[in-house]
Design a protein around this ligand. Structure first.
Ligand code: B12
Ligand code: SF4
Ligand code: SF4
Length: 315
């Protein structure tokens, strides 16, 4: 653990890192599950999962040719779960979107990863954070950080799954010990399966039918989408979906550290849908971009958010 002596626990916690792990195993442990899932078309409509980059997920080397090891960090957003209880249940937005000072986590976590690399004096590395063809849950699994829950989330024994995964892909091996792989702790539980309003969870495969998932409908597909069966009747999600995590017994509240004291996104959505719809509808596309700049909702665009609020395809 020599190298991490430079980075004490308190410093990591200020960066919202709740746990980290190390692996020199560059090959995905579950690529065959991924391949089968794609072959069954369960990734539809997310075409980027089946294009020419599909095979690259087999090994970190094919994405980052200089990779020799990876430091994997879990960025905690449980504070959002605590704070979100103030939110009007009519308009639920994904906890992660308020968990990092209302910022799009790609910006927020990337900065923290660079700070961590600097403090560890790691000069040669790449960052893996959502955009590359990497099975990131699998990478965290290989670093001993959790197991694949039935809802497909990577679950950590002490925290649950309210964290995002960001990694430093290091161009040398470090003097660190790898943890053992985590074992499955779902047991006979099936709360997530029963709670999912659209029956999107593929019970025996620990993954989803993507086209049925509310998260896909409200974050990934905009104009062309029709709502999955079961939504919106039982659901008020207007951006993302946390239902299968809210019911998971492993998802723990945090004990008060890293508190969120304010969130303009929560304030914004904490009123009637008609009021919100009216305000968004009155904005030009450019004004929408300015208003939601650097938040996770920016890329939805005006039309995407209006669609989510009305839960209907606006063409
Ligand atoms: C595409 C995608 C989505 C899609 C598809 C979801 C999915 N399950 O894949 C949609 C839009 C639906 C989505 C939704 C969400 N996402 Co998303 N998403 C991704 C992305 C970009 C790729 C995921 C991917 O490749 N999926 C491929 C499928 C096949 O993987 P899988 O479902 O995890 O299945 C694995 C297991 O089944 C495993 N497996 C099955 N059986 C067994 C048995 C054994 C022994 C083993 C070892 C493995 C194993 O093998 C499969 C392949 O690894 C990743 C970032 C990344 N680059 O990895 C983020 C990511 C997975 N998403 C994330 C988050 C936070 C979310 C949401 C919570 C956001 C929200 N609030 O709405 C929801 C959660 C929905 C859910 N229950 O999964 C986080 C998850 C963090 C965590 N703790 O797990 C990630 C890792 C982003 C990040 N950098 O942190 N997402
Ligand atoms: S994120 Fe929502 S819709 Fe998707 S699987 Fe979980 S509960 Fe179902
Ligand atoms: S709700 Fe139960 S079955 Fe689903 S992921 Fe959590 S522990 Fe596993």
């Amino acid at each position: 653990m020599k190298i991490l002596l430079n980075l004490n626990v308190e410093a990591l916690s200020k960066k919202r890192v709740v746990d980290w792990g190390y692996t020199e195993n560059l090959e995905a442990a579950s690529f065959n599950h991924f391949e089968k899932w794609v072959a069954q078309g369960k990734h539809e409509p997310l075409k980027y999962l089946s294009d020419e980059r599909k095979e690259k997920r087999k090994s970190l080397k094919s994405v980052f040719p200089k990779a020799q090891s990876a430091l994997v960090f879990l960025f905690d957003y449980r504070a959002a779960k605590n704070y979100q209880e103030n939110l009007d249940p009519q308009n639920k937005i994904a906890a992660y979107s308020i968990g990092f000072e209302d910022m799009d986590y790609h910006y927020w976590i990337k900065e923290r990863l660079i700070e961590i690399a600097t403090s560890l004096e790691i000069d040669h590395y790449d960052i893996s954070l959502d955009v590359h063809p990497v099975l990131e849950r699998d990478l965290a699994y290989r670093a001993g950080l959790g197991w694949f829950g039935k809802n497909s989330m990577l679950i950590h024994q002490n925290i649950g799954s309210y964290f995002l995964i960001g990694s430093l892909i290091v161009h040398k091996k470090l003097d660190l010990t790898q943890r053992h792989l985590e074992t499955d702790h779902c047991g006979n539980c099936r709360r997530c399966i029963d709670a999912c309003p659209t029956q999107a969870i593929l019970e025996n495969e620990r993954t989803l039918d993507t086209k049925k998932c509310i998260s896909t409908y409200t974050i990934e597909i905009f104009k062309e989408a029709s709502a999955p069966t079961g939504y919106p009747n039982k659901s008020n999600e207007v951006f993302g979906c946390d239902i299968c995590q809210e019911v998971c017994p492993w998802v723990k509240k945090n004990s008060g550290e890293n508190r969120i004291d304010s969130s303009w996104l929560v304030e914004f959505f904490n009123r009637s849908q008609d009021e919100i719809y009216g305000e968004i509808n009155s904005l030009s596309n450019r004004e929408f971009k300015t208003k939601f700049k650097s938040t996770s909702l920016e890329r939805l665009g005006k039309k995407g958010l209006l669609k989510n609020l009305k839960k209907a395809n606006l063409g």
